[in-house]
Design a protein around this ligand. Structure first.
Ligand SMILES: Nc1ncnc2c1ncn2[C@@H]1O[C@H](COP(=O)(O)OP(=O)(O)O)[C@@H](O)[C@H]1O
Ligand SMILES: [Mg+2]
Length: 337
């Protein structure tokens, strides 16, 4: 159980609200707002026009190392060993690796929930150790803990309030999120009676309640059946359409392949391979052509053409296969009333 960490933004929000109310940071705020008016280049000849600032990466992890103390006098356990990850805004990045390879620890370091032994993490250019780096982040932990006596809608209201939302805006966001995760019909049911798939979806809804620009999902489909994990996969695709950056980790490779555009493979704390998914899995010297309703004559013509072309060869012809997952989902859908 990960008590108290399913929501990590509230402190940042509180800080921001305090700044908005003028409780803190007024001096800095005034400086930021007033200096451009008072010190234009014409009035101050020494002032240099600032260059256009490039968008910082959504996630920047540099040479992260995390050691955990084990027992007294034993060597510490190195859970993460020199991992670097850069995710640009709008990308969907999947970190894959076997259990115990350091995926959750990397995510927790990024969220400032564990202090790195070495290396730095930043979110939208802000150091992860600073609370305001979490302002625009939603997080679904590996084993989210929710108050079982609250209903789905109450749970979302609770997390929305922690993020500083309230009134009509909060009510609208709760309805919108329940619709997004397809839990409108279960909105007034107690969370204690939710299935694992429903729990993961309400977890996703709480991670999205304050419209974050970055969503971090630790094993979002763990323990969920194929129908539930398909729903979660579709949700991640919806987030991608909206331009939200997603950083997820999983050991379900097929799912990662379906939603991610960048992938990192982590093993025993080390990043062993990283890059664009298309580049990692494409076979450089081969091309797929999938035909529909091709007659045997057409196939014979294509084969003859390839045979007369120097250097080219047909590697395989035949019917494309579906996956077991797709077959399962199709059969279930056909059985549904
Ligand atoms: N709080 C902790 N104290 C001691 N060891 C830990 C702690 N958290 C994780 N570990 C260890 O660090 C390693 C990586 O764990 P984790 O990041 O949870 O892996 P993954 O998410 O890839 O399954 C594991 O060997 C795990 O036992
Ligand atoms: Mg984990």
């Amino acid at each position: 159980m990960e008590y108290g960490i399913s929501r990590v933004v509230w402190a940042g929000k509180a800080l921001e609200s305090a700044a908005n109310l003028g409780l803190i940071g007024c001096g800095a705020r005034n400086l930021i707002w007033k200096s451009p008016c008072l010190l234009t280049p014409a009035k101050c000849p020494f002032m240099i026009r600032a260059p256009m600032v490039e968008n910082p990466p959504a996630v920047e992890i540099r040479d992260l190392v995390k050691d955990f103390k084990t027992s007294f006098r034993r060597k510490p356990l190195r859970a993460v060993d020199g991992v670097s990850i850069r995710i640009m805004p709008g990308e969907v990045y999947g970190l894959i690796g076997p259990n115990g390879s350091g995926k959750s620890t990397t995510m927790k370091a990024l969220l400032g929930l564990v202090a790195p032994t070495a290396g730095q993490c930043a979110i939208f250019g802000k150091d992860s150790l600073k609370v305001d780096s979490r302002n625009e982040v939603g997080f679904l932990p590996e084993n989210p803990y929710f108050y079982k006596h609250l209903s789905g809608a109450e749970t979302l209201r609770f997390y929305g309030k922690l993020c500083g939302l309230g009134g009509k805006l909060l009510a609208e966001r709760v309805n919108e999120m329940l619709a997004l995760v397809d839990l409108e019909s279960a909105r007034d049911r107690r969370i204690g009676g939710y299935s694992k798939g429903m729990l993961q979806r309400i977890g996703l809804a709480q991670a999205l309640i304050q419209e974050p620009r970055l969503v971090i999902l630790d094993e979002p489909t763990a323990g969920v059946d194929p129908v539930g994990s398909r729903q979660i996969r579709d949700l991640i695709l919806k987030l991608r359409e909206r331009g939200i950056t997603v950083f997820l980790c999983s050991h379900l490779l097929e799912q990662v392949q379906e939603v991610c555009d960048h992938v990192g493979i982590i093993f025993q704390g080390r990043m062993i391979r990283e890059g664009r998914l298309e580049e990692l899995i494409s076979i450089e010297d081969q091309t797929d052509i999938v035909l529909s309703d091709a007659t045997p004559e057409l196939i014979a013509q294509i084969t003859a053409l390839v045979e007369t072309t120097p250097g080219a060869a047909i590697v395989r012809t035949g019917k494309p296969r579906t996956t077991l997952e797709r077959l399962f989902l199709r059969e279930i859908r056909e059985e549904e009333p």
